[in-house]
Design a binder for this molecule. Structure first.
Ligand SMILES: *Cc1c(COP(=O)(O)O)cnc(C)c1O
Length: 221
């Protein structure tokens, strides 16, 4: 299937999942994950009407999106991969949201960049719900402290994000993230990928991050 066909299919499935959900979020946005996708592939998605994209590397996004954003002013871009503090300036200049705030040092760097340039993307805290040692994200037990820290710095924190362990049943992870967001007054929930976005919608996802189901399998590296 082509990119426009895949997109239409995913949007229809999002719609159906929202209709079937008992308590869906007021809105569920599709973040089209375009990492490793060529500019031509991204342009096909834009031509089909998609305007929200996700990239996991600052440098890769810098190679593709400045030109596209100049051409399509309503295009928005989310960073969904880990952010190093030395890339904060570049990230703040390009991304509309950063979904991967996971430590106080990064919060400090984002606040410093805001004070200097006036730029600060909207922020999600990434929670390592599976407590996987190799995975980015703040541990569940440390999440509330990081939320408080970000709020004290007056950062534009809007939600939480998670990537459940591949081998796990995802439902408990999504339920946990939704509960944590609600308890802390955060309205946005980024969860669900190509294989599990319908389940995430059941648990109130406001953003689903779908890559391979739109653009095809990525080359294995
Ligand atoms: C790559 C990626 C996705 C999309 O994964 P697919 O399985 O291709 O839909 C979603 N979220 C994050 C954080 C990713 O890195």
């Amino acid at each position: 299937m082509s990119i426009p066909e895949n997109l239409a299919d995913i949007l229809a499935r999002i719609d159906a999942a929202r209709k079937a959900a008992i308590a869906p979020a007021p809105q569920t946005k599709l973040v089209a994950v375009s990492k490793t996708v060529s500019e031509a592939g991204i342009r096909e998605a834009i031509a089909a009407g998609q305007r929200l994209f996700g990239e996991n590397r600052v440098q890769e996004a810098q190679g593709k999106f400045p030109q596209l954003k100049a051409e399509f002013p309503d295009l928005t871009l989310h960073l969904i991969g880990p952010l190093q503090t030395n890339k904060v300036k570049d990230a703040a200049a390009l991304f509309d949201a950063i979904q991967t705030l996971d430590r106080t040092r990064l919060a400090d760097a984002l606040a410093a960049e805001r004070d200097k340039s006036g730029r600060c993307p909207q922020l999600f805290i990434q929670v390592n719900t599976g407590e996987e040692p190799q995975k980015a994200g703040v541990l569940p037990a440390e999440t509330e402290a990081l939320i408080a820290y970000a709020r004290k710095l007056e950062l534009p924190l809007i939600g939480l994000m998670c990537i459940p362990p591949v081998e796990d049943d995802v439902a408990p992870h999504f339920a946990f993230l939704a509960k944590l967001a609600k308890e802390n007054g955060l309205s946005e929930l980024s969860m669900g990928m190509s294989g599990d976005f319908e389940m995430a919608i059941r648990f109130g996802a406001t953003h689903v991050r779908v890559g391979s189901a739109i653009f095809g399998e990525r080359p294995k590296i």
